[in-house]
Design a protein around this ligand. Structure first.
Ligand code: NAI
Length: 295
């Protein structure tokens, strides 16, 4: 198994909001990145947004021009799981659906080299259950990045029931190589951050649903009253309302307490395709400019 400094080739599966940021980080840290998505349009969008993001950093002097262009060149888009056979570490960031992720882990287990570490960026799905789909549960681990990965300083590492100490140590050092601080969670629903964050977001939806206040006042209240950089409803839009709903369902099913039951308004927004900023509409509308929130 590769140690952190030996992780040279990283496969990233899912080129959406999270996967594209993770690919950028790994490329900037000097790794060869193989970026895979089921949707070729998502790959094109990811390459455009990674290139723009790295070039912005270079323009601000936070990265040399050469490092910027070299990082972009280190990312190769691929179209099949077979293309990941030489990866030392694969980080999965596809849709938050346990059956779909398990199927992918089965394929990765068959295709990747025996020493490869398989990581999931899942927000809430059990790492132990994903690991059980493979014949290498000691090499399966949660690597939970935050949105947007290049900016947010934290990686929450989740140890499955069988994750080995060596794999944990390698992933911890690799996360530090990406410039991140690390926290470690045991494998229980929602891990640390979402276990605490999602009930707050859900409560904000209940406050909106039951007419306690407007969305603006709920968000302003939490921003100025608790010194959060953004209100819970706006944060939910940034995370994706579909992601928030699936995490709440995992908490509700896994912990069995009605306090985690998703607010009907959140369910309705997701049913209506109002998935948040990534779709231009969630609690707020982002149709014109992503920076200007409109009621
Ligand atoms: P997204 O919807 O922006 O991107 C997901 C991508 O995965 C899409 O481009 C889709 O085409 C692709 N995909 C879906 N199924 C696939 C498959 N079987 N094979 C290959 N590609 C596939 O989603 P996002 O927000 O990037 O989330 C991805 C994962 O990261 C989820 O597990 C989510 O829970 C987790 N996560 C999300 C955070 C957020 O703030 N959005 C934060 C931390 C974790």
């Amino acid at each position: 198994m590769a140690t952190a400094s030996e992780i040279a080739a990283v496969g990233v599966i899912g080129a959406g909001q999270m996967g594209s940021g993770i690919a950028q980080l790994a490329a900037a840290a000097g790794c060869a990145v193989l970026l895979l998505d089921a949707d070729s349009a998502a790959l094109s969008r990811a390459v455009a947004s990674i290139s723009a993001s790295l070039r912005r950093l270079a323009a601000k002097g936070q990265l040399s021009q050469t490092a910027c262009e070299d990082s972009i060149k280190r990312i190769r888009c691929v179209s099949t799981v077979q293309d990941l056979r030489d990866a030392d570490l694969v980080i999965e960031a596809i849709v938050e659906n346990e059956d779909v992720k398990k199927q992918l882990f089965v394929e990765l287990d068959e295709i990747t080299k025996a020493s490869a570490i398989l990581a999931s960026n899942t927000s809430s799905i059990s790492i132990t259950r994903l690991a059980s789909a493979t014949k290498r549960p000691s090499q399966v681990i949660g690597m939970h990045f935050f949105n947007p990965p290049p900016i947010m300083k934290l990686i929450e590492i989740i140890r499955g029931a069988d994750t080995s100490d060596e794999v944990f140590a390698a992933v911890k050092s690799f996360s530090e190589r990406l410039g991140k601080s690390v926290i470690c969670s045991q494998d229980y629903p929602g891990f640390i951050v979402n276990r605490i964050l999602m009930p707050m977001i859900n409560e904000a939806f209940w406050a909106l649903y039951t007419g306690v206040a407007t969305k603006e006042d709920i968000d302003t209240g939490m921003k100025l009253g608790t010194n959060h950089p953004m209100g819970p409803l706006q944060l939910a839009d940034f995370i994706g309302l579909d992601v928030c709903l699936s995490v709440l369902r995992v908490l509700h099913n896994g912990l069995g307490d009605n306090k985690y039951s998703p607010c009907p308004l959140l369910v309705q927004y997701v049913d209506a395709g109002r998935l948040g900023k990534k779709r231009g509409l969630g609690v707020y509308s982002y149709a014109q400019k992503s920076s200007s929130l409109k009621p």
